[in-house]
Design a protein around this ligand. Structure first.
Ligand SMILES: Cc1cc2nc3c(=O)[nH]c(=O)nc-3n(C[C@H](O)[C@H](O)[C@H](O)COP(=O)(O)OP(=O)(O)OC[C@H]3O[C@@H](n4cnc5c(N)ncnc54)[C@H](O)[C@@H]3O)c2cc1C
Length: 306
């Protein structure tokens, strides 16, 4: 149950980070409730860790309790998947391939991401996202003395670009969700998954990373503010990677961290990167983009222990 001084390095896709002072693997709602109560009793902060694929953990680690979600059950009923928050999206992609279900093809090739983490940040790609498949989310209210469990319908989830009500309110812990997929020809699903995997292979680096570091720029005013942004009018977003590349930072290396030469919105761990190396690269990119374009880049990745 409760463990101490567990390395978070191997539990993040960056493969970076120090120790969790306390660590509680949680296999269900009862475990999560007990873990929260233990942390509150000790006056310690707690943090929900799922797949760790969107996370930079500080080199000095986290002086609180990590609640590691290990809730991996799901059940398919016709085209609705009832799944616990810790189910991997990659398992649901496999299920989709087996059953001829569409809606999660975009998630192919992100091995660690979980349903809960993806709902939290409304993960998505290629014009699809979690908001388009979620019908209902079951949540535990950590602040509530009884740790009340409540359901949120899709419209109540506050889904927006890389955002949700769960990201805004850190006291809401996602326990499970119902995802509605579309019945499709198996071959069509297979073709789509193949396309996504090929795209990721061609455009994404293979070294450890946390995916895109920054959010793309969606602000219409900014997109129409300069002639060089005109090429992005139709796409309705300026890729953060393009801005970073224009600043000449492609391949910039600090310690063991590098702004990827394959995709400039990825920072990769070339082997022995420290969180401080990644943090410095993030600061350099933000500073350079601000100086050249007067645009503030916002992180998509989350920080822990800084
Ligand atoms: C190679 C690669 C490719 C990627 N491609 C994409 C992509 O195409 N599109 C995209 O959107 N993202 C992408 N990502 C980023 C990442 O996979 C997603 O953001 C993913 O949804 C994060 O899920 P996770 O389970 O790993 O969450 P974690 O990284 O563990 O957690 C992220 C945040 O969510 C919170 N959280 C997690 N689960 C819960 C829960 N049950 N209740 C409450 N809070 C919770 C955590 O506390 C944390 O703040 C990629 C990452 C990698 C490494």
């Amino acid at each position: 149950m409760l463990k101490e001084n567990i390395s978070l390095k191997t539990l993040t896709s960056f493969q970076i980070g120090g120790l969790a002072r306390y660590f509680w693997p949680a296999e269900g709602a009862i475990d999560i409730k007990s873990a929260i109560e233990w942390a509150k009793g000790k006056g310690l902060p707690f943090f929900i860790l799922a797949g760790g694929s969107n996370l930079l953990v500080a080199d000095q680690g986290f002086e609180g309790l990590i609640i590691k979600l290990q809730t991996t059950n799901y059940k398919l009923q016709t085209n609705i998947v009832h799944c616990q928050a810790g189910v991997k999206l990659s398992d649901l992609v496999k299920l989709s391939l087996d059953q001829g279900l569409s809606g999660l093809e975009w998630a192919s090739g992100i091995p660690q991401a979980t349903v809960g983490g993806a709902i939290w940040g409304n993960a998505g790609a290629f014009g699809r996202n979690m908001a388009s498949v979620v019908s209902e989310v079951e949540v535990m209210e950590a602040q509530n003395a009884k740790r009340k469990v409540k359901s949120y319908q899709n419209k109540e989830c506050g889904f927006a670009y890389k955002d949700s009500i769960f990201k805004q309110n850190k006291n809401l812990i996602i326990l499970s969700a119902d995802l509605v997929l579309e019945k499709k020809n198996k071959q069509e699903v297979k073709e789509e998954v193949k396309k996504v995997l090929q795209y990721r292979k061609d455009h994404h680096p293979s070294q450890p990373s946390a995916g895109s570091v920054f959010q793309n720029i969606k602000d219409k005013k900014i997109i129409s503010s300069r002639p060089e942004f005109a090429v992005f009018q139709e796409r309705k977003e300026i890729p953060a990677g393009w801005l970073i590349e224009q600043c000449g930072l492609k391949g910039k290396t600090i310690g063991g961290a590098q702004i990827s030469t394959k995709h400039t919105n990825f920072i990769v761990n070339t082997g022995k990167a420290q969180a401080s190396d990644v943090k410095q690269l993030i600061s350099s990119a933000k500073q350079a983009v601000w100086q050249k374009f007067a645009i503030t880049l916002e992180e998509e990745i989350q920080y822990l222990g800084f």
